[in-house]
Ligand binder design. Sequence first.
Ligand SMILES: [Zn+2]
Length: 472
Amino acid sequence: MRWEALAAIALLLTAAPAAVADYVHDEDPPTGPTASGDEDQHPVDAYHTWETLTVDLQQLVSNNPGIARLHSAGESVLGLDLWLVEIANFRDENKTPLDERETVWLDGGTHANEQLGTELAYEWAEFLIEGYGENETATWIVDNRHTFILPLVNPDGNHVDSRQNARGVDLNRNYPVGWGALDEGRPPVGPGSYALSEPETRTIVDWWAKTEPDYVNSFHTGIELMLYPPGYEEADPADQQVYRRICEEIGEPDPEFCGPIHSTIYPASGGSIDTSYERFGSVSFAYEVTTEQGLYASIEDVRERLDRYWDGVEHAFLNVERYGAHPAIQDVSVADETVDVTIANEGYGDLARADVTIEVPGDASIEATLDELAAGNATTLSVELPVQAAEDGRVSLELAYPERQQAEPTETRTVDLPVRVEEGRLTVDADADEADLAAASVDETETNGVPGPGALVAALAVSLAAGVPRRR
Ligand SMILES: [Zn+2]
């Protein structure tokens, strides 16, 4: 029997809305941990229902308005709010602006009988919000990342402990990339009548379009695996190199544990992370965090119990800017009218190609090209600048590049170089040191290809931009 068929269903804990009476259930009989009779050790109210989740999230956010916002991202088939928690330091103007931060998206409960997925997502929200100012990691993440957490994608299913939504659709087969590529049942129990036929999946894709996450992780249960795209075809993802490096760095190098959906668990089409990755360029995982499904299980110490998955998500929070190409300025020197800029690729992925545009204020712009820069490599760009005619001023440099092989959006990086034009000569600022470069190299904004004109505040701008074909 496939693990996903292990659905403990038809256990009505909460009075479900009347419309749920027509629910389409899995045909397999209830199995699993629901058999436990020891309700003291496995309290029935241990897991969140949609109602308790609503209360807990509202409380969590209203107690911490400076770092958390609660959105009703959309509604389920039966009209229940899909709660989305947005977490960041909203008040401190000294912090990196929100639109320049790496964005992390976590969700759970797509299959509503996989309760620990919801609990892990909720636990992250609670850890970040309540840990702010108390826990060093939580504080750093809130100050430096923009986080969105949607703990219960399928609240209607939650009311009847079902995998599917209220129309019997498996939401994790209803996403557009690869939808229907594999014959996985017919409506209403399969992938839905068409891609994004369900309000729950439409809501999520709308929010991905709005938030452009750099990292997506969708929590499931039923087995223990760390999965990445694709599910709908037998292929490696375009950013296989990045995914392998992540698996290794989080201590899970076994490709039979941390690997593509199609070969690591089974082929599946229309899954959420194929869409988040291929359409939005997010490095995407689906964590299968426990064999447990169904109710009546303990959720004590979710963090401890699911520690390898907790650690995998934490690694993403702390390192996501390197989950792809990540060029950084390593060194700058000038001689006469030549400036040498050493650029290192500190990311996990190769920089495919870079078009370079240099602008000298009050003078012409200069174009150059950087060829492929493999992960871990560095190159020096030597550019002669006609500084005689240039205006005095600070030199800056802008990098715009495709962050991932799969990504459509282009990452843009603006750097204040410790170089200025003075009376027709290039000089390196005396007080410039490596700290300046390091600080400069993380000043990022994301655009869809074209750097904004306002980014070029000073004399020298280098733009890296490239349209990269998918590597398949
Ligand atoms: Zn699932």
